[in-house]
Design a protein around this ligand. Sequence first.
Ligand SMILES: [Zn+2]
Length: 365
Amino acid sequence: MTVLADVDVRKLAELRGGAGPIVTCYLDVDGRHHARVEDCHIELDRALSAANGSVPPEDARRLRDHLSTLDRSNVRGVALFSGADDGIWAAVHLPIAVRSRVVVNNAPALAQLEAVLAESERVGLVLCDRQRARLLVFELGQVIEAVDVDDDLPRDVDTVGHRDHGEPTAHTEEMVAQHVRRVARRAFEVFEQRGVRHVVLGVPDALVAELESDLHPYVRERVRERTHLRVDTPAGELREYVLAAEHRFEATRTGALVDLLRQEVHRGGKGLAGLAASLEAVVDSRAEHLLVSEGYSDTGWHCATCGMLAAVGRSCPRCGSEMSAVPDVVEDVIDLALQHGCSVEVCPDAADLDVLGRIGVLLRF
Ligand SMILES: [Zn+2]
């Protein structure tokens, strides 16, 4: 199994069929939708029969075999790539559900996988009180690293900081300060090594200023939120919080790009909106970011002679050849953008992007 952290979408994007096609299979294997493995096979058969081309029997057999041996305990979606005639096989297991879809082409269809990975920016959570701390790194709502930093205070000092039985306050406070500095240092080591993009602090008010001043700039500039979560908050509650936070961070990032697109389009700058203009910019490798409203798909045209993608057919606007109709030109342009090194942002709840035609590009130049 390929874990998310190891997925190299660029390498997948370079795979090509030759002797035969490459079959891409996204499958919803979520136990909440498909309780039995037989239900997953029914889902696979449905996706195979709805595919845009015929799936070679050997590739279909590989997909079925993979499904039969799949451990679904932490897997809700799979992305499988099979080119039996060319010795190609790749499997990616995802902790979130995907939309079941089988595509037969000479290259992998990576749009959905890219959309999932784009949303998988890692979140670092600092839970800290006066003598204990937990540092957690999440990816797609899953804990991928957990580090405890415990510095026990003397027994006669309680954790709220009240002086008790004559323990010198100054001494206790210095021990707490040392603990906070250790937490800050470990947070930098762990989060930097794990490439954390967003940091959330679950720290009591009395400690937060001290902790923030001790944080390395790498961590401090990534702090997005403070939360009521504490060191002893149950894992399920942490996960729920982080999944929602991941969604907020992603929405903020894509929202900023959509804002920029709107401004650039209105001032006639480095932004183009709408299907036809976006297709042309991606085909010409002029796009730096491709922005697509979630759920948007549209029929279109592909020119086998010059590679053009177009909204209107059937004659190629570039070379005049006869183009062939494609069932989802949005999926095709997303795949092409990835091959060209263009970032792809699938934007949920993007009313501002919908107004612009549900698709747009920010240009490199
Ligand atoms: Zn053409």
